[in-house]
Every structure is written in C-alpha cells, then in structure tokens.
Ligand binder design. Structure first.
Ligand code: NDP
Length: 321
C-alpha cells in the first residue's frame, strides 16, 4: 500500500458546490484537497450559455468552471484530477482511496459529486447509444448538421438542448409525455417561436429504429400516452433529456440516503448522519439543482466543516490539559 496522506478537509467532486467549498475552506486556512474526478467542473462543462449565474448576463459553462477552479486554487485549495474509488466513514479519521492508488485519511469530508443524466432504459436506446442516441446535445449536436433530430423530455434541460440543436439540425422535434412543459417560460417561448422546432405532446419514446451496418438511427416509434397509438417518425438523432440521478453509488452503505438515491442531510443544513461528513449540491438536492444553489450549499458545507474541525480541536486540547 502507498503512503497515506492525511488531510483536514477532503472535498469529493468539482462542480459549483465543490469549488465553492474549496474557496471557503481554503480561506479558513484548512488547505482543502479537492478530488475532482476525471471530468473536473461537473455538469456545467457540458453546457453552453449559462444566463442565470449572478453577475454574468451570459457565460459559457466550461469557462465558468475554469474560473471557479482557478479561484479555489488561488485561495489555497489543491485540486487532484483523480477519481475516488472507495470511502470508509465508519472509522476516524475517514478513509478515502482513489483509482490512481492514492490513500488518504481525512478529519472531515464534503461530498459534492453531483448528478448525471438519466436514461429511459429501453433496449434500443442502449443499442444506439453513441450511434444516434445521446444525452448531451453540446457534446454530440455537431454531428447532426442539416439532419432531423428529436429530444425527449419537458424540463429546462430538454428545451435548452433542443434550442442548442437548432444551431445544427434542420429540424428539432421535442417529444413530451404530458401536454405542458416544466421548463421555464422564457425557454418555452424561445422554443415555440423558433422556425426549426416542432412539438409533439402526450407522447413517449417506445423504440429507436435504425441500421446495424453501420450502426445508426433512422426513425423513432412514439406512443401516445392518451390513446396508446404508436406512430413512427423519421429522425437521425434521439436526445434523451429526462432529468438527472445523483452520483452516489460510492457512498452506498456508508451514509444515509433517500430512496431516490440522494444523500440525506439534516433539514436546512449540509450535515449527513455521520458527524464530519457533509453533502452539498445536486448530490443531495432534489428540488432546485441550480449552479447557484449548489455553490451556496458548498459554502454552507465548508462553514460547517470548519466549525466541526474547530470543535474537534477544542476537544483534543481539553483532553491534553
Ligand atoms: P427535470 O426533472 O426538471 O425534467 C425532466 C423532464 O423529463 C420532465 O419534463 C419529465 O416529465 C420528463 N421525464 C422524466 N422521466 C421521463 C420518462 N421516463 N419518459 C419521458 N419523459 C420523462 O430535469 P432537467 O434535467 O430538465 O432539470 C433538472 C434541474 O436542473 C431542474 O431543476 C432544472 O430547472 C435545472 N436546470 C436549469 C437550467 C437553467 O436554469 N438554465 C438548465 C438545465 C437544468 P414531467 O414534466 O411529466 O415530469
């Protein structure tokens, strides 16, 4: 086993919650270590324009995350692009192992591993993943220049992805299972007014149809949720945008979670059921899931971690008197 490195605060994850926690913990002189994963910056690195980050009327998601990382590092946080493979919160100090083979112990841990796109779970969705089926318009939109695509979902992600795809595709059809969108009104208006868009209400994706050699999508079967009728529409791309699931597999059995997989925290605080372990951002937030709310929770987690460490130090100094 390699040497074990001890840290006061380890932050797992590098989205707005993780970097903000890094800024605060560094300013508290705790020299936090941010284990950033292999995609530092989280979900905002695969978005384009962000228009609701206060202070920036419009900013590119990847640029914002580079700035957040630089900010945390400038304050004294250290960022390692390594993926945590195992945690042990049953012993103290806590234990953390990474895929590169590093071993850490930590007095406190802030979990900010975020969330990732959900899939429908259809066999044909799986078959064509990466070959016409995608969950990331900003990653794959470029491949659909002058082609027709469909987007499944009715939230902000679906409408934003659909609007982004109009930059490339000849036509973008949004398919939603109900008769009204969940997305913000401003996005809905933009989508409805766009000349390249079309809306299909009350429908779900039933099957993706395509060729085997080469693997590629040619059509989609949609099922009407009211009548049960199945219709087929021609399309080259199917973008799934039906929400997100928290990235919490690593913590199963280590920490209390809700049935939905989100980490449980004490109401209004980032405290988990393990004193010294805090959760911030999308990994614990089923409701708001915004960059700005994640950043706010990262701040709370770092402030609470600082209080926790100060109390630990007080206890130790009393013991040694
Ligand atoms: P949401 O949970 O908001 O929306 C998911 C959408 O997918 C809903 O319309 C839902 O339908 C639909 N859906 C879910 N499951 C299925 C299914 N099995 N079949 C068909 N449709 C399905 O997720 P988002 O990813 O859109 O957004 C997540 C959060 O991130 C939200 O809080 C959102 O506001 C935020 N966000 C904010 C952005 C911004 O402010 N610029 C950009 C992107 C996201 P139904 O409506 O019927 O439940």
């Amino acid at each position: 086993m390699s040497d074990v490195q001890h840290e006061q605060i380890v932050i797992i994850g590098s989205g707005p919650a993780g970097y903000t926690a890094g800024v605060y913990a560094a300013r508290a002189m705790r020299k936090p270590l941010i284990l950033a994963g292999y995609q530092p910056g989280g979900q905002l690195t695969i978005t384009t324009e962000v228009e609701n980050w206060p202070g920036d009327t419009e900013v590119q998601g990847p640029d914002l995350m580079v700035r957040m990382r630089e900010h945390a590092e400038a304050m004294g946080a250290r960022v390692e692009e390594d993926h945590v493979s195992k945690v042990d919160f049953q012993t103290r100090p806590f234990k953390i192992e990474t895929e590169s083979g590093k071993h850490y112990t930590a007095d406190s841990v802030i979990i900010s591993t975020g969330a990732q796109a959900k899939w429908l779970g259809l066999p044909t969705e799986e078959k064509f993943k990466g070959f016409g089926v995608s969950a990331c318009a900003t990653c794959d939109g470029f491949f659909y220049r002058d082609k027709e695509v469909i987007v499944i979902g009715g939230g902000n992600t679906a409408v934003e992805e659909a609007l982004y795809l109009t930059n490339f595709a000849s036509k973008v059809t949004l398919v939603h299972r109900r008769d009204s969108l969940r997305a913000e009104k401003i996005l809905q208006d933009r989508f409805m007014k766009h000349p390249k868009t079309e809306m299909i209400w009350n429908s779900v994706l039933d099957e993706v149809i395509g060729t085997d050699m080469p693997l590629g999508v040619t059509a989609a079967k949609l099922k009407n949720t009211e009548t049960g009728d199945v219709t087929q529409i021609d399309t080259h791309g199917v973008f799934i945008a039906i929400g997100h699931a928290p990235s919490t597999e690593l913590f199963v059995g280590q920490i209390d979670m809700k049935d939905s997989g989100y980490i449980k925290t004490q109401p209004g605080t980032p405290q988990t059921n393990i004193p010294g372990v805090f959760a911030a951002g999308d990994v614990t937030d089923e409701t708001y899931r915004q960059a700005v709310t994640a950043a706010g929770m990262g701040c709370q987690a770092a402030l609470d971690a600082e209080r926790y460490l100060a109390e630990l130090e007080d206890e130790k100094s009393v013991e040694t008197v």
